[in-house]
Structures are given as structure tokens and as C-alpha cells.
Design a binder for this molecule. Structure first.
Ligand code: NAD
Length: 293
């Protein structure tokens, strides 16, 4: 069993750290919010008073933080964790951040011989609790082999996307596509419903036809079509519009850095922005259906 220093115990990090404890690892935790640490202490984690204390003698460091600035600060800024560890420690940042920061931190680690992976996740709070997250990893093949040994206790699909930053690029590609097919699915369902088609029947037709996609299959945005989808629960998240917009903005940076004309992604971002401005930021992202019905 491994010793893990876990930093960032929010909606995602909390249940992820809990699964590591369940799997029998020794987990030392740190979060700026004491209540988040207390919740993990009840599960058997040791609470540290600073990030450097949490990562002492760790086989792995795992972070689940809000944005690139927090990750940079933690590893190469004021907290400077990379300067406090040896080459035996494997560092996994599971936060969703900009690919540029992921590359910069990863390459800084590599220069000191430290294995670092950006390892953002797909799957929300429910998947974090169930231990069924998908991880998209960027870093060396050696680090990936070591990373898999611990990521398997928090997720079920673990991919090596390529070198540093590739995990974040893969996440940006996936979530941009998700936003686009969710918006397209909502439009198709609204169009059919306005012509008096039953959205359930229309969904069945499209599921058996070439319009089939994930939003239609497991996350239908039309209320009442799928009992367990957020649409049938007043669009309670799920995955909030605010978070989708964060991911879309990161995806725009990824496209721009590569000079890709992502007109569809841009439009999806604009539509989600309007939806947020209308006061729906904390609803599930499938609530874009409301724009149309
Ligand atoms: P959250 O805001 O619930 O948790 C973030 C935690 O980090 C907070 O507890 C905060 O106190 C802590 N924190 C911030 N700065 C810190 C620092 N310097 N040192 C220690 N702790 C610090 O966010 P979340 O929903 O858990 O999301 C975490 C990451 O996962 C984000 O990058 C998010 O985009 C990504 N993500 C979230 C979801 C989701 O559905 N919530 C899904 C996939 C990916």
C-alpha cells in the first residue's frame, strides 16, 4: 500500500481521497478549508496543517484544485512542492487546468527527474464517489505505469494521451464535443416537440438512427424522457453550467494555441455564456434545453 499526499478536498477531491483510504492506502490530506479536512479525518486520513507537511515521505502526491494558478502556486510557486520531494515520488495533478500550465509544471518536474502527470478526469461527483472516473494522462510512459497503480483505485478507465499537457488537451477536446452534442440534442428535441412529436418517441428514433450520441443515450436533456437524468430533477447538477463554461474557455485556449478554426466550439461557448448570464450557472449543463422550450 502507498503513502499519498492529497491536496484539494472539494466536491471531487474529497470522495477521491476517500476511495484511496478504502483501498487501504495511507492518506495525508491538506485543504485550505478546515471542514473539508475534518470530513476526511473521520474516514481515517491524517490532516496536515500545510501542503508541504501533507506530502512528506509520499509515494504519490495527488492534487484536485480549482484552476491553473492554484496548481502553479502549489508546485512551482510559493508552496514549491517540487523542491521538497525526491525522484521516488510520483506527482499526479487531476485538476482541470490550462494545458500551458500543465506543460510548464510537468517540464519543471522532469528537469529534476520527478515524474509528473497531468491527469484530469471525466465523470463528475457521482463517478468520483463510485470510483469510476476516467483519467486522461499527460507525461512520460514510465510515470504513466506508476500512475496507473494508484489511479485504478479511483477510476476505471485510465488513458495515456501523450506528453505533458496532453491530458488537458484530451479533456478540452472531449468537453468541447460534449457541449456541442448537448446543444445539438436539445435543439433537435425542441424542434420535434414543437411539431407535436413525443420527445420520448423522438429520442428512441434518433437513438436507433445516425443522430445517436452520449447526451441522447445517457443524459437526455428533455424533462421526463429519462427518469434519472438531471432534466427530470429540475436540472439539479450533475455537471454545472459554470463548470462547463470553465472547460469551454480552456478548450478555446487549446484551439487558439494550435490555430484551429473551432467555430462550433466557439458557438457552444457563446450559447453557454448567454445561458449563464441568464442566471443558470448553477444548474446542470443539460438545462440549455430551457433556451428552446
Ligand atoms: P471544489 O471547489 O469543490 O474544490 C476545490 C478544493 O480545492 C476546495 O476545497 C478548496 O478549498 C481547495 N483549494 C483551493 N486552493 C487550494 C490550495 N492552494 N491548497 C489546498 N487546497 C486548495 O472543486 P471540485 O468540484 O472538487 O473541482 C476540482 C477540480 O476538478 C477542478 O479543476 C474542476 O474543474 C475539476 N472537475 C470537476 C468536476 C465536477 O463535477 N465538480 C468534474 C470534472 C472535473
Amino acid at each position: 500500500m502507498a503513502t499519498v499526499g492529497f491536496i484539494g478536498l472539494g466536491n471531487m477531491g474529497g470522495p477521491m481521497a476517500k476511495n484511496l483510504l478504502k483501498a487501504g492506502h495511507k492518506v495525508n490530506v491538506f485543504d485550505l478549508v478546515p471542514a473539508a479536512c475534518d470530513a476526511l479525518a473521520k474516514e481515517g486520513a491524517l490532516v496536515a496543517s500545510t501542503a508541504p507537511d501533507a506530502i512528506k515521505n509520499s509515494d504519490y502526491i495527488i492534487s484536485m484544485l480549482p484552476a491553473g494558478e492554484h496548481v502553479a502556486e502549489t508546485y512551482i510557486g510559493q508552496s514549491g512542492l517540487l523542491e521538497k520531494i525526491g525522484t521516488e515520488t510520483c506527482v499526479l495533478d487531476c485538476s482541470t487546468i490550462d494545458a500551458e500550465t500543465a506543460r510548464r509544471v510537468g517540464e519543471t518536474a522532469e528537469k529534476s527527474g520527478i515524474g509528473f502527470m497531468d491527469a484530469p478526469v471525466s465523470g463528475g461527483v457521482a463517478a468520483a464517489a463510485a470510483g469510476t472516473l476516467s483519467f486522461m494522462c499527460g507525461g512520460t510512459a514510465d510515470s504513466f505505469e506508476k500512475a496507473k497503480l494508484i489511479l485504478k483505485d479511483m477510476g476505471k478507465n485510465i488513458f495515456h494521451a501523450g506528453p505533458h499537457g496532453s491530458g488537458q488537451v484530451a479533456k478540452g477536446c472531449n468537453n468541447m464535443l460534449l457541449a456541442i452534442h448537448m446543444l445539438g440534442t436539445a435543439e433537435a428535441l425542441a424542434m420535434g416537440a414543437k411539431h407535436n412529436l413525443d420527445p420520448k418517441v423522438l429520442s428512441e428514433i434518433m437513438l436507433a438512427s445516425s443522430g445517436r450520441n452520449w447526451s441522447l443515450e445517457v443524459y437526455n436533456p428533455y424533462p421526463g424522457v429519462m427518469d434519472n437524468a438531471p432534466a427530470s430533477n429540475n436540472y439539479q447538477p450533475g455537471f454545472m453550467v459554470d463548470l462547463m463554461l470553465k472547460d469551454l474557455r480552456l478548450a478555446m485556449e487549446i484551439a487558439e494555441a494550435a490555430g484551429v478554426d473551432n467555430a462550433m466550439g466557439q458557438l457552444a461557448k457563446d450559447l453557454y455564456e448567454k445561458h449563464q448570464e441568464a442566471g443558470h450557472g448553477r444548474l446542470d449543463f443539460s438545462s440549455v434545453q430551457n433556451r428552446l422550450t
